[in-house]
Design a protein around this ligand. Sequence first.
Ligand code: BDR
Ligand code: CA
Length: 316
Amino acid sequence: MIEKEKIKVIIDTDPGQDDAAAIMLALGSPELDVLGLTVVAGNVPLNLTTRNALMVCELSGRLDIKVFSGAKGPMTGPQVTAEHAHGKSGLDGPDIFEPSIQLEPQYAPDFIVETLLNERSKTVTLCPIGPLTNVALALEKNPTIATHIDKIVLMGGGYFAQGNITPSAEFNIFADPEAAKIVFSCGAPIVMMPLDVTHKVLTTRARIQQLASIGNPASEALVKMLTFYSRYNSKKFGNDGGPLHDPTTIAWLINPDLFKGKKCNVEIEIKSDLTRGSTVIDWWEVTNRPKNALVINEVDSDGFFELLTERVSNLK
Ligand code: BDR
Ligand code: CA
């Protein structure tokens, strides 16, 4: 039997409890080769998102994963953070510790450029699950990398589900709309996980209990993270559990059949005071603008949680 080639991924992240779930899902999945985590400021400032990324690798028993720190804030405009959802540390829930893994010295956008130029063309997937600053900076440094990217599978935006940080904007896009504009117009194939789909992936009590039954260090920490995270989100959105946004990107890479969507044109609003950072999705094809993203809106959420539980149980 011919062995299938692993999917090479760079996860660009701002952990965040749901980022942690995404990283654990990736690290527990044999189909993926995680080339590195590139860290961006987002849910909390960069020093904390960087510490959190290292912590998640350590909790996952993966001291071999390379972690690179990147942009301290957006390309333009004021910095926005999300302690209201993630707590002061960004990863509230479990005990916070200083990780023993060393950060790589290279600047994250440089690592993205170098990797895309060094690896075989169209074999590396980018999974941005925070503000898009690092990816946009990499594209600005060397625009030719766009032609070497296999896919960009990102969490961000919303259409029918609108916004979660302003009435019309989702956090990752709102935190750096100029960067999002660069990414959505770069020409590389994009798969987009907007709030429309992530709000269907809820951390219900029953699902958290399933994760708790694994009983390894990663699952124990994840259960504490998601219990904290669910509290805020349940109150806000009135559901049993919170939307587990970021791991949908990794789950799509592993099993796209869990999802449904449609190719659309997506543009980013950067000017309006009221709707800055909103993703204008031409769902009904009322323009001739190019279809630059596969926009996902449906998910088999039980299948998604089965996958997450199975893969977190692979971690040591
Ligand atoms: C996105 O914003 C962050 O708070 C989450 O980690 C996720 O990436 C959801 O809007
Ligand atoms: Ca995130």
